[in-house]
Design a protein around this ligand. Structure first.
Ligand SMILES: *[C@@H]1O[C@H](CO)[C@@H](O)[C@H](O)[C@H]1NC(C)=O
Ligand SMILES: *[C@@H]1O[C@H](CO)[C@@H](O)[C@H](O)[C@H]1NC(C)=O
Ligand SMILES: *[C@@H]1O[C@H](CO)[C@@H](O)[C@H](O)[C@H]1NC(C)=O
Ligand SMILES: *[C@@H]1O[C@H](CO)[C@@H](O)[C@H](O)[C@H]1NC(C)=O
Ligand SMILES: *[C@@H]1O[C@H](CO)[C@@H](O)[C@H](O)[C@H]1NC(C)=O
Ligand SMILES: *[C@@H]1O[C@H](CO)[C@@H](O)[C@H](O)[C@H]1NC(C)=O
Length: 240
């Protein structure tokens, strides 16, 4: 006789006394066969609750804590509560997690829409920083990450100064462009230095423009450089 696989379905309903919508929120967990992989593209958190003696109690606890998945370890009465989120401010870590085990000693449960939650989403949180001074005056600008994820950083070095004393004008070189993707977790603060344009030549055609400043992005906490783009050279004396 063929035996069909049974799907454990945990339905946890809890009605709050004061819910204005009057609706009962039901959190549904389904069993996941094998190891559940949460990769580093999503922020996740695991909380160990000990002394949990049944898979139902573990699922209930998970529902109460609004967690996304749970692992119940039969032999050690351990219930691991897993939360994944892309919400701003969620203080999880972007790391690879292998939840559960290939052996039968662990039961892995996950929200019915777990795969939906895990789907990569592009959230447009574009921030543009420009130089906020002129010449030698400027300041380091700071940004603190509040949504964990993969960020694209595009940098441009500043243009070198022109020489306007010659005809036609001799133009300064353009700054370098650099771009790359980095994975950043919540709370990381980046320091941003935006290069400023080199000044023009000051007198006769024999003087040259100033070099453009470079642009840099580094982690504030340890000064680790993430990206840099050099500035353009200043225009030299040009024969006319
Ligand atoms: C539970 O109810 C609240 C309020 O109606 C709603 O915002 C939330 O999305 C519900 N949660 C689930 C998992 O359906
Ligand atoms: C939670 O339990 C797992 C499995 O026993 C263990 O590997 C992990 O180190 C525990 N985490 C914490 C924070 O105690
Ligand atoms: C991470 O997991 C999501 C959801 O399962 C998947 O769509 C994505 O391709 C995975 N990314 C990597 C780098 O493994
Ligand atoms: C994101 O927003 C920026 C600024 O509002 C815009 O220039 C850019 O086109 C947007 N990108 C996507 C993929 O929507
Ligand atoms: C330059 O950036 C700093 C730090 O973000 C800020 O405090 C300052 O007001 C900015 N200055 C200008 C002129 O925008
Ligand atoms: C970096 O992210 C952009 C989307 O912003 C994507 O088009 C590009 O393929 C990514 N590059 C790499 C090397 O992953």
């Amino acid at each position: 006789m063929r035996q069909s696989k049974t799907l454990l379905l945990f339905a946890i309903g809890f009605c709050c006394v004061m819910v204005s919508e009057g609706a009962c929120n039901r959190t549904r967990y389904v069993q996941h066969n094998g190891v559940l992989v949460v990769n580093s593209t999503i922020s996740s958190q695991v909380l160990n609750a000990s002394g949990v003696t049944s898979v139902e109690a573990c699922a209930m606890l998970c529902g109460m804590k609004s967690c996304s998945a749970a692992v119940f370890w039969k032999s050690s009465d351990l219930c691991q509560l897993v939360t994944v989120s892309r919400e701003p401010g969620f203080a999880g870590n972007n790391e690879w997690r292998l939840l559960g085990s290939e052996t039968a000693e662990a039961v892995v449960m996950k929200l019915e829409n777990f795969e939906e939650l895990m789907k990569p989403r592009i959230i447009n949180v574009t921030r543009v920083f420009t130089n906020n001074g002129t010449g030698r005056i400027g300041s380091v600008q700071l940004v603190t990450i509040d949504i964990a994820g993969c960020y694209r950083i595009q940098l441009a070095g500043a243009k070198g100064g022109d020489n306007t004393y010659v005809s036609p004008d001799e133009l300064g070189g353009r700054g370098a462009l650099a771009a790359g993707n980095v994975s950043l977790s919540v709370g990381v603060q980046l320091s941003i230095v935006v290069g400023q344009a080199g000044g023009p030549s000051q007198s006769s055609g024999y003087s040259s423009g100033g070099g453009g400043g470079g642009s840099f992005v580094y982690r504030t906490s340890n000064n680790e450089l993430l990206m840099a783009a050099g500035g353009g050279g200043g225009a030299s004396y040009g024969y006319s």
